[in-house]
Design a protein around this ligand. Structure first.
Ligand code: ATP
Ligand code: MG
Length: 346
């Protein structure tokens, strides 16, 4: 059977990249799969508390991401929506997987290198271990598919390596316990759609990110029409008019990004967008992009605001989702203990 798992961190502001690269696919996959969508609060705290914002900010952001899932169209009755810290099995499996994953594998993770920057000695141990917790998030549900943005591909590949090593190291015991020749499925990254890597509005070579200190680098899902208009108008471009063919975008990362965003929001291929706007000045293209972005995003923003203010409702969704998630995760942990030889009450 197929199961989808994915997560979003409750840090900072949800942005257009999270929406087009991840959430849109979450919504699509619920038609065909059983899905587990997680607000990964244990991941959020890997950065300094001054960055994730402290208790009040975390509470607010957890509710906001939950509201975004529901506002975007994920049905919390059919699918599981919950926050990671309510299911202790994530942390428990992460410890076990820490003992499977090799230091050399983690040393290759580019997200750590980017997020740690120059001051390596001062980042949290959790930031380094982030990919192992992510592997536990996925494997504790024995998920087969993981919809993510392009930037998370390497972490899903690491998850596969960890799963494979567990399956190999304990193959005899896995068979003896009646699980056949592999316990963990090797999860597939699902990186699809027209915008798997939305770039910063200030720098077309950097991905749009929650943790970018400049708010002008991203369009937040909660931005109002004025903010969207201002950010798009100020977005970096080059002086040339838009090209009429896709290959004209190749050396022009900022133009490519804005055309990509337009294409994703309108549901048209980039070539069609250029068919319409090829030869136009950015000022004209940008005002059409503002109209489109406001049209597509403002209903979600409105619904997010309404829902995230209703703490009783959001918290009850998370509590119910956590109960359903825990039932699956607990079963996995028992099997892992039996496979590894950890004696337990039966
Ligand atoms: P941070 O900078 O703090 O890591 P983030 O913006 O990367 O925040 P995450 O919560 O780490 O947000 O990622 C949630 C999901 O959104 C992941 O699947 C990730 O791949 C996807 N995603 C993040 N940024 C982009 C982007 N710019 N374009 C497409 N997908 C993205
Ligand atoms: Mg990220």
């Amino acid at each position: 059977t197929q199961r989808v798992f994915s997560g979003i961190q409750p840090t900072g502001n949800l942005h257009l990249g999270n929406y087009l690269g991840a959430i849109v696919n979450f919504v699509k996959m619920q038609e065909t799969h059983n899905c587990v969508y997680c607000v990964v609060d244990l991941h959020a705290i890997t950065v300094p508390v001054t960055v994730w914002g402290g208790p009040d900010e975390l509470r607010k952001n957890i509710r906001e991401v939950t509201a975004a899932f529901i506002a975007a169209g994920i049905d919390p009755k059919k699918q599981i929506i919950f926050n990671q810290s309510q299911v202790a099995e994530h942390s428990e499996l992460a410890w076990v997987l820490n003992c499977i994953a090799r230091l050399g594998w983690l040393n290759r993770m580019t997200q750590f290198k980017e997020k740690a920057g120059k001051d390596r000695e001062n980042v949290s141990v959790g930031l380094y271990d982030y990919p192992v917790l992510m592997a536990a998030d996925i494997l504790v549900y024995r998920a087969t598919h993981v919809p993510v943005g392009e930037d998370q591909k390497q972490h899903v590949e690491l998850t596969r390596d960890i799963a494979q090593k567990f399956n190999n190291d304990f193959s005899a015991s896995i068979a003896a316990q009646g699980f056949g020749d592999a316990y963990f499925p090797l999860p597939e990254p699902v990186i699809t759609g027209p915008a798997t890597r939305v770039m910063s509005l200030r720098d077309g070579t950097k991905k749009m990110s929650k943790s970018d200190p400049s708010d002008y680098s991203r369009i937040n899902l909660t931005d109002d029409a004025d903010a969207i208009a201002q950010k798009i108008r100020k977005a970096k471009t080059d002086p040339e008019p838009l090209p009429s063919e896709e290959k004209g975008l190749e050396p022009r990362p900022e133009a490519d990004n804005l055309v990509g965003i337009y294409a994703a929001l309108s549901g048209k291929p980039k070539a069609a967008v250029l068919g319409e706007f090829g030869g136009a000045q950015f000022s004209a293209f940008k005002s059409s992009l503002v109209d489109l972005a406001v049209e597509k995003l403002s209903p979600i923003a409105g619904e997010m605001k309404r829902l995230s203010a209703d703490h009783d409702y959001v918290d009850s969704v998370l509590a119910d989702g956590s109960d359903r998630a825990r039932a699956i995760a607990a079963e996995t942990m028992l099997a892992v203990k039996d496979i590894m030889g950890m004696v337990r009450k039966k």
